[in-house]
Design a protein around this ligand. Structure first.
Ligand code: AMP
Length: 114
């Protein structure tokens, strides 16, 4: 999709610190990390948000969550715990309208997040 930041990262037009890539999903470090581990997991194909992606392609929804689990293991937070977040829409605090999961960990995370 034109004018989509994360599509540009998928295409390699904008650099990113990519730590996992499959045919359908990539994961890269958030440019403004909110925790010691802060990785974004996104579908290669453009979907506006994670619930929409899962409705359009249920297998893709599962692949995004599986990738989040792989990222957590690779980043060493699977045992200590981590948070998977899908900000969705305006009130959900979503700023980039290409589906993405945040994988956050490496410190104690408060709830609610604010
Ligand atoms: P959200 O607010 O849930 O839409 O999350 C978007 C996330 O994308 C924010 O945490 C940003 O810090 C992150 N972000 C924005 N631009 C980039 C970029 N070029 N590379 C990596 N992460 C980015």
């Amino acid at each position: 999709m034109s004018d989509c930041l994360f599509c540009a990262i998928v295409q390699g037009d904008i650099p990113a610190d990519i730590i996992l890539r499959t045919d359908r999903v990539i994961a890269f470090r958030d440019i403004e990390p909110k925790a010691p581990v802060h990785v974004l997991v996104i579908p290669v194909d453009h979907h506006p948000d994670v619930p929409s992606a899962a409705l359009a392609d249920p297998a893709l929804g599962a692949e995004l969550l599986q990738a989040a689990a792989h990222v957590a293991a690779a980043e060493g937070v699977a045992q200590s715990g981590y948070r998977v977040v899908a900000n969705t829409g305006s009130d959900g605090g979503q700023s980039v309208h290409h589906a993405h999961l945040h994988v956050l960990g490496g410190r104690g995370l408060t709830w609610p997040p604010g």
